[in-house]
Write a protein that binds this ligand. Structure first.
Ligand SMILES: NC(=O)c1ccc[n+]([C@@H]2O[C@H](COP(=O)([O-])OP(=O)(O)OC[C@H]3O[C@@H](n4cnc5c(N)ncnc54)[C@H](OP(=O)(O)O)[C@@H]3O)[C@@H](O)[C@H]2O)c1
Length: 245
């Protein structure tokens, strides 16, 4: 009964979100943003392996990207190398700049990112790539796993419209995604239909087909070493997701 109930909830949720996903094909500017038609201003918080790679891909696709980390010199060099509309700033500058923020830091850094960015996060669409990894992140992992990675991130980043995505695909795979035919799916989880639509468009620009597996609470399944980790076709993702609670 519980499983049935959960499934119905997920179906209801997915149905309600389908219309909003269609919105993803609308130019962002048509919804009142200040970027040129179809292009998004993206603030990268954590310009390491994942943030650096995705920022480069989006900049190459014509989006405006600001890289940030704890090392501004690194970000200036990265922005110069990427070229186009890439720039560098502090995490606070990147958070103020982006209509969409990609947060790609070790999970143990998320509490300080949340405190540092504070009110700048309010209402921002945030892509949360961050995973609690025991060997790396220490104490916070137990709490994050008990709460589930999606809801834990939401607590640490109050006011953000979070979509989990890019959590369990190695960063070296990301530049190859657009060359694949048929495209692999990218499982995502989130509660905010418009945020999901905006993030879905950016995921398509990287070369994956977004597959919404459910609300942000389902983001607990979007971590390495779990059934949805790795790359697979959209239908396979849907089949696996249907078995998860
Ligand atoms: N590597 C992968 O293939 C992969 C795949 C999917 C998801 N993930 C997850 O995505 C997240 C990022 O992984 P990664 O491999 O890209 O890590 P990474 O290469 O170590 O990069 C982390 C970035 O976060 C920055 N950072 C650390 N603390 C910060 C803070 N307080 N404020 C702002 N920036 C801060 C670092 O800046 P400094 O260099 O200046 O310290 C660095 O730019 C992790 O949670 C990871 O589990 C990783």
């Amino acid at each position: 009964m519980k499983a049935h109930h959960t499934l119905m909830n997920r179906r209801g949720f997915l149905g309600a979100t389908a219309a909003a996903l269609a919105l993803g094909s609308l130019p962002f500017a048509a919804r009142g943003a200040s970027a040129p038609v179809g292009k998004t201003r993206i603030g990268i918080i954590g310009s390491g392996r994942v943030g650096g790679t995705l920022g480069r891909i989006w900049a190459n696709a014509g989006h405006s990207v600001m890289f940030s980390s704890l090392d501004l010199e690194h970000d200036k060099k990265l922005a110069a190398e990427v070229g186009g509309k890439a720039s560098a700033g502090t995490p606070r500058e990147a958070a103020a700049y982006g209509d969409v923020l990609l947060i790609a830091v070790p999970y143990h850094a998320l509490p300080s990112v949340g405190k540092d960015l504070g009110p700048l996060l309010k209402g921002k669409v945030v892509i949360d790539t961050c995973n609690p990894i025991p060997e790396r992140d220490g104490e916070i992992v137990k709490w994050a796993e008990e709460k589930g990675a999606g809801l834990a991130s939401a607590e640490l980043l109050p006011g953000a419209r979070i979509v989990r995505g890019f959590n369990a695909v190695g960063y070296t795979q990301l530049p190859n995604a657009a060359k694949r035919k048929p495209r692999f799916g990218m499982p995502i989880a989130g509660d905010d239909p418009e945020a999901i639509a905006i993030v879905s468009a950016l995921i398509r620009d990287v070369g994956y087909e977004p597959v919404l597996i459910g609300p942000l609470a389902m983001g607990r399944h979007l971590v390495p070493r779990q059934p949805l980790a790795g790359e697979r076709l959209p239908d396979e993702i849907r089949k696996i997701a249907a078995t998860l609670k």
